[in-house]
Ligand binder design. Structure first.
Ligand SMILES: C[S@@+](CC[C@H](N)C(=O)[O-])C[C@H]1O[C@@H](n2cnc3c(N)ncnc32)[C@H](O)[C@@H]1O
Length: 239
């Protein structure tokens, strides 16, 4: 429970200090513009709803799958008109329901890499003809990846997923977009909190001082701290 609350605090700080969600909304907006219908939207791992809430305005109906109890109950209060499943994507039963847009933004890190293709296949099974899946992941290159590599191994297999998706659905079905997120904080404490959020595993709390020293030497600017994050969107289209 305490971990849940800390995670929510870290996520809220990350969102407040990042340009990411605004840029992501523009990029996902470009994907939405290519849809033949805007009836049903599914957001997998909606978090605080920063993307879900604005995107839901373009669709007649929105569904959320979110396993974090606190986030799910916040979203139930904040958006009583949305359908919310407090469950894991791998486990949730959505019956035969299909969606025009399925968003899975910064969620695959929490699912074992060996299961990424089956996870994506489940999304594809719930995709309407003409619909799109948008999978958003951090790129293996850039400042955040370098930070990761300092403390753990940054080994998110995006290129492998991309190749597997092309093999599974064909070259024409896959599209890739790229953008840069700028994370800006005025003080070191906030950047360390964001660093811990990015590292995901709470065991890195023990390395707070080292993380601080890393940002002090790599990301300190005259007015604060700046860290850039390269982000990839894999788009899967269903004919
Ligand atoms: C980093 S947040 C991303 C939030 C939001 N999608 C965004 O991009 O702003 C990751 C979210 O994925 C959720 N999550 C983790 N494992 C999941 C799973 N197996 N199925 C669905 N959601 C999951 C977490 O609870 C968290 O809310």
């Amino acid at each position: 429970m305490e971990e849940n609350a800390e995670y929510q605090r870290q996520l809220a700080l990350f969102v407040r200090c990042s340009t990411e969600k605004g840029i992501e909304l523009v990029k996902v907006g470009e994907v939405i513009a290519g849809l033949p219908h805007r009836r049903c939207f599914l957001d997998i791992g909606a978090g605080g709803g920063d993307l879900t809430i604005p995107i839901s305005q373009s669709f007649a109906e929105t569904t959320i799958v979110e396993p974090n109890e606190k986030q799910a109950s916040f979203l139930k209060r904040r958006c009583p008109h949305l359908k919310i499943y407090n469950d894991f994507w791998e486990k949730v039963d959505l019956g035969s329901k299909r969606y025009d847009l399925i968003l899975c933004s910064h969620v695959l890190y929490y699912i074992e890499e060996g299961h990424w293709l089956t996870t994506t296949e489940k999304m594809y099974a719930h995709l309407e003809a003409g619909g799109r899946i948008a999978i958003v992941l951090q790129s293996p290159i850039g400042e955040v990846a370098d930070f990761f590599n300092q403390f753990t191994r940054y080994d998110v297999k995006i290129l492998e997923l991309w190749r597997d998706l092309i093999q599974r659905y064909g070259d024409d079905a896959i599209e890739v977009r790229y953008f840069m997120n700028e994370i800006w904080t005025e003080n070191l404490d906030d950047m360390v909190t964001i660093g811990l959020f990015l590292l995901i595993d709470p065991r890195f709390n023990e390395y707070k001082d080292e993380i601080g020293r890393y940002f002090e030497s790599h990301n300190k600017k005259p007015e604060g701290y700046r860290l850039t994050q390269d982000v990839i969107i894999l788009v899967i289209k269903k004919a």
